[in-house]
Design a protein around this ligand. Structure first.
Ligand SMILES: [Zn+2]
Length: 358
């Protein structure tokens, strides 16, 4: 069985936001929550909690209230909420009445994990904000999963041990086989052959370790390479979604890209893995991708977990419909696919197995 988790990075644009927050974030998220609820599906919203911190510091309490209320509305509607960090918010400033993000602090590591570093505190603050917010309507709520902003988890040792120390036992920051030399600089070209694996912070992401109380379970974002059979005979409208109105800008870190030689550049271009997102990909194509992953990882023999990544800030009506259609497609094959959220994965894979092992 392949368990699919529909996930959302619940966040503003990390550059300028060119429309009211309601239009960018809150209204599309309401629409997603409503649609998921109507379908009886529980997705996971990875909430960018650093944005709340920044708006509070810069005197926009309305944003903080709306964000907090919407997280509670997710919980009330049986949706799952987990931790997402874009720490560059901590350097945000107010310019001409607008809150503008800095290009500093893109990676949590820049704040330091060692003595005097702030990174661990940022994690702890994020977890307590989520737990205080979500426990109002679900006293059992626990923050157990993390996705790094920009997939920036490497180097992973200090980050993962801090997450584990603070009760986070699932990571969803790995996009298998993908690589970038941009400022968020990740290299996931060497990952275990399994769909999911346990990561020991001391051994790193590439090593499939045993499950212990000191390891973290990886539920990666699904990635695929473009396959020729997906393109042959298809109408344009069956491949991707029409472009949507983009209401904000993206910011790049001030760290320069890592140097890369011409051969390696060509190598990475040819590999060309992409993550699967309902922001851009037509639902029937996503279904084919999921079938491909099912076969590739032998899911007829075992259970595995994978996520799709989506963004409310890009979710116009067409994308919300795209998600609804995908849910219907997945439900046509209950013997092969199921829809789960991260709290379910925690219960099934972390808690149950740990109590069995004593
Ligand atoms: Zn993000």
């Amino acid at each position: 069985m392949l368990n699919v988790c529909i996930t959302f990075d619940y966040e503003l644009f990390l550059g300028k936001n060119n429309a009211p927050y309601k239009e960018i974030l809150f209204a599309p998220t309401d629409n997603l929550i409503r649609t998921l609820s109507e379908k009886g599906v529980s997705g996971t919203f990875f909430a960018d909690v650093c944005s709340v911190d920044a708006h509070h510091r810069l005197g926009n309490e309305k944003y903080c209230e709306d964000f907090t209320l919407q997280l509670q509305s997710m919980v009330l509607n049986n949706q799952d909420v987990q931790l997402h960090l874009h720490p560059s918010w901590l350097y945000a400033e107010k310019k001409d009445g607008q809150i503008v993000l800095s290009n500093k602090g893109y990676r949590l590591h820049e704040f330091g994990f060692g003595n005097g570093g702030k990174a661990s505190q940022i994690i702890r603050d994020g977890i307590s904000y989520l737990e205080n917010t979500c426990r109002t309507y679900n006293s059992d709520y626990k923050c157990v999963a993390y996705r790094a902003g920009g997939f920036s988890v490497q180097p992973e040792r200090a980050l993962f041990s801090t997450l584990i120390k603070n009760g986070i036992r699932i990571d969803s920051s790995v996009v298998p086989h993908m690589y970038t030399n941009e400022a968020n600089a990740y290299d996931f070209t060497k990952v275990p052959a399994e769909l999911n694996w346990w990561i020991d912070p001391d051994k790193g992401i590439s090593c499939n370790s045993d499950q212990t109380s000191q390891t973290i379970f990886e539920v990666p974002v699904a990635t695929v390479r473009p396959r020729i059979m997906q393109v042959i005979g298809k109408r344009r409208s069956e491949l991707g979604l029409p472009p949507n109105k983009v209401l904000g800008e993206y910011v790049k870190s001030d760290c320069p890209p890592k140097k890369q030689n011409a051969v390696m550049k060509q190598y990475h271009r040819l590999r060309d893995y992409r993550y699967i997102s309902l922001d851009t990909r037509y639902y029937l194509r996503v279904m084919e991708d999921l079938e491909y992953i099912y076969r590739k990882y032998g899911m007829d023999e075992q259970d595995g977990y994978v996520c799709l990544i989506c963004h409310p800030k890009l979710a116009d009506e067409c994308r919300v419909m795209n998600m609804a259609h995908l849910i219907d497609e997945i439900r046509k094959v209950p013997e092969r696919f199921a829809l789960v959220n991260f709290s379910d994965i925690y219960k099934n894979e972390v808690k149950t197995k740990e109590s069995k092992n004593g």
